[in-house]
Structure formats: C-alpha cells, structure tokens
Design a binder for this molecule. Structure first.
Ligand code: PLP
Length: 363
C-alpha cells in the first residue's frame, strides 16, 4: 500500500514503511498501556529503556555487527559526525585520508580542517563524481589516522560495490544513504555512521557503530557530548536521546526482519532499481544516467533529459501523477529517484511505466 496515494521518491527524509507508520499511529497516545505516548515517557523509565535496548540489539543482529563493536545513538545528524570523527580520531602528528566521491565527502573533509591534517586519497570530482575511484595500497599511507569514505553518494547516485582494503589503517564509512539496504562486512570498518532518516527511521537519530579497539585510540581532550566514550559508557543515555526517533528506528528494524532480513531487502532493492535503470537504458538516450554504469547506486538513481525544458515538463507531469521528490539535488539539478528500503516495488514499477509513456509522447 502507498501512503496517501503518493509514490514517495524523496532523498531524505524519505519514505517510511506504511505498516510502521500505521502501527505508530495506533500506539501514539497509549504506548503499551502506559496511558501515555512514547514521547511522554521518561527516558529513564523501564518501558522506554526496553525500547531503547531492543533497538540496539536488533540493529546488532540484523546488521551482523561483531561482538567487538559498540552501537550508539547520537544526535546532530551525520553532519556532526563529520566533525566528531577528526575531533576524536585525528591526532596532530598524523593525517587522515578522504576518498572524495561527492558533496558529502567534501563536507566531511572540510570539518577536518578545524582539528588536524587530511588529504584526498582519490577523487572523481573531475568527472562530476560519476564514478567510484579505484583505491590501491599506494593511494594512502600506512600511518594514516584513518581513511574515510562515503558508501553511497546520495546526490550523484553512485555507490561502492566493494569496499577498499586498507590493511592496518582504520576505515570509516558514512553510510547515511545505504545503511541496511544490503548485508555488508562490518568488520572491514572501524567506524560506521549514518543519519537515520533514509533507511532507518525519522531524522533526529544518528547511528554510530564503533570498533572497541578503535575507540581506545581516541583523543581524550574532547568536550563531553562530542566524545564517543560518553555515549558508549552511558548506553546512549547520557542526556535525553531522541526517544521517539529511537522507537521508530526499532520499529523499522522489526519491519526489516519481517521482510526476511537484509538479504531479502537487498534482493528487492536490486529489482526495484533495475526497473528504473532499464527504463533509462532502453530509452535510446532519452534519459541519460549521471553515474557510470559500474558505479550506479541502488538507492539514488540520477538522470537527465535532453534539455531543461523537457526535464521541467517531465518533473511537472510526474507530480501530477503522484510522484514526489524526483527533482535532483539543488546543487546538480536533473532528476533523482531515491529507492530506499521502504519504497515499494510498486512505486518503482509505476515510475518506470511513467518514464516509458513520457518518452513515447515526447520522444
Ligand atoms: N552523508 C550523506 C551520504 C547524506 O546523504 C547526508 C544527508 O542527506 C548526510 C551525510 C547529512 O546527514 P544529516 O542531514 O543527518 O546531517
């Protein structure tokens, strides 16, 4: 079923599973017979604490997070992680390497300048970030503090297929726009972070998954709220967390379980994206993809039409047909269909049909 009869292709915040929203509505004013909303419960109450701990347990299980990792819920979005990472993990005597694959990598990189030194390991900027660059051992230095990458580039529509081997150098991944869209090998990373508002729930919660050995290397001279240790030691209850957000995140995780877990979700995401990429590839250049084929994202599908006028017409007619959020990011223009976990196959099929019909009429 579709929410309000719209096909929601928003890039973030984005579609949530309808069943999750409906259930949240059901229990909104009387959560587990407390006579109160989950939003009205003390974050120190047993009822809330169960919700909180269950969400963490579920996340660990579903994402196959090894024992030697901590999971914390933070605030400030992925954007605050851009700063917290160098603040905690970039000592003065070394450098951090950033793999530049789009605007979010650029924003992450910029924050390092307040705390230490960083450099570009590789970049595809010269080709408008159409591809994920190749990384080899000679691309970075053995004594780097860490290597940072953006696993899925929300704006340009590219995604890592295989993560680079960084040996002893810690690897950090911003997975804001593809976390839990497929199984990954968490043990390749020392830190993974993601704003929740695409695949995990509403905005206001940020998930960080941190290897214990890595956290031991962190700087000690960090303000309390910006120190990962604070949140690890207090089980993400140092201060008032986004209780409603964490509850919703837990509900989304339950929904992922019901879908059959990450393998099932991944297979579905492949099929969904294929419907739209096929419409593009079979259009004889009517729709032109932004990303190089080998780097295509299964989460954000970016394309252009032949001219601005046609593109405007496409986007306007799409709105009339109930397609929401197909405008490309304001910095790059064009069109973008975000096909996160909660976007139903039905919506992707409808979009591919619409694309074909629009081409027939205007091609
Ligand atoms: N990183 C990526 C890959 C994103 O797509 C976004 C948001 O769209 C961000 C970071 C910023 O996240 P937030 O708005 O949670 O700060």
């Amino acid at each position: 079923p579709l929410n309000q009869n719209v096909y929601n292709f928003n890039a973030g915040p984005s579609a949530l599973p309808t069943a999750v929203l409906e259930n949240a509505q059901q229990e909104l004013t009387n959560f587990q017979s407390t006579g109160m909303s989950i939003m009205e419960l003390s974050h120190r109450s047993k009822t809330y604490e169960n919700v909180h701990n269950e969400a963490i347990t579920r996340l660990k299980k579903l994402f196959s997070i090894p024992e030697n990792y901590e999971v914390v819920f933070l605030q400030g979005g992925a954007s605050l992680q851009f700063a917290m990472i160098p603040m905690n993990f970039l000592p003065k005597d070394t450098k951090a390497g950033y793999i530049m694959t789009g605007s979010w990598s650029e924003k992450a990189f910029k924050e390092t300048t307040f705390f230490g030194e960083a450099y570009h390991v590789a970049s595809s900027k010269e080709d408008q970030y159409r591809y994920i660059p190749e990384i080899s051992a000679s691309s970075f230095h053995e004594n780097d503090a860490y290597i940072h990458l953006t696993s899925n580039n929300t704006i340009y529509g590219t995604q890592w297929k295989e993560f680079p081997e960084t040996g002893q150098v810690p690897l950090i991944g911003d997975m804001s726009s593809d976390i839990m869209s497929k199984p990954i090998d968490v043990s390749k990373f020392d830190l993974i972070y993601a704003g929740a508002q695409k695949n995990l729930g509403p905005s206001g919660v940020t998930v960080a998954i941190i290897k214990k050995e890595f956290i031991e290397k962190a700087n000690n001279d960090v303000p309390t709220m910006l120190d990962y240790q604070t949140h690890i030691k207090s089980n993400s209850l140092y201060n008032t967390p986004s209780t409603f957000g964490i509850y919703m995140l837990g509900e989304v995780l339950k929904w992922i379980e019901l879908q059959g877990g990450l393998n099932a979700v991944a297979a579905n995401n492949e099929e969904k994206a294929k419907l739209i990429y096929d419409a593009m590839d079979e259009s004889n250049g009517f729709y032109v993809g932004h990303a190089r084929k080998d780097s295509r994202s299964l989460m954000n599908i970016t394309f252009r039409l032949q001219n601005d006028e046609l593109e405007k017409k496409f986007l306007a007619e799409a709105v009339e047909e109930g397609f929401v959020g197909l405008n490309g990011h304001r910095s790059v223009g064009g069109c973008r269909a975000s096909t996160y976990n909660a976007v139903p196959q039905e919506a992707c099929l409808a979009l591919s049909e619409f694309m074909k019909q629009f081409q027939q009429k205007n091609g």
